[in-house]
Design a protein around this ligand. Sequence first.
Ligand code: RTP
Ligand code: MG
Length: 140
Amino acid sequence: MAIQRTFSIIKPDATKRNLTGAIAAKLEAAGLRIIAQKRIHLTKAQAGVFYEVHKERPFYDELCEFMASEPIVVQVLEGEDAIAKNREVMGATNPAEAADGTIRKEYALSIGENSVHGSDAEETAAVEIAYFFSGLELVG
Ligand code: RTP
Ligand code: MG
């Protein structure tokens, strides 16, 4: 498997509880390099664009409110098989189903307030990285 880049968010429930460093440490321990990182506060409209794929889902409005409720930390992660590796260390969407040792098992509060986002495929990773970062901000 080649070196990949993926897009990651440390979500409002986690930044609010001062877990940015703890989560970044777990990503690094899994072999992912943080090649870009910044703290931002999305508007609800910006969160809505990011999660547009879910706009017909019943939780969409609540999800956008949540993502705009507090600052987030956006990251680009690089490494061997980075997309799958990141999804693995994140754990299942619902923390009740997440495996031991995963970020969501340890830190997520609920299926909605689940501490992290990670891209699910190469195409979505490319689109998501470009939404938040310019090429000059990616320092591999
Ligand atoms: P993400 O996109 O944030 O990395 O999470 P995911 O792939 O594991 O889950 P996805 O199905 O893409 O859902 C996106 C986010 O929407 C919220 N959600 N809430 N209340 C609910 O039933 C529900 N289901 C999903 C979560 O914040 C989830 O991460
Ligand atoms: Mg997803």
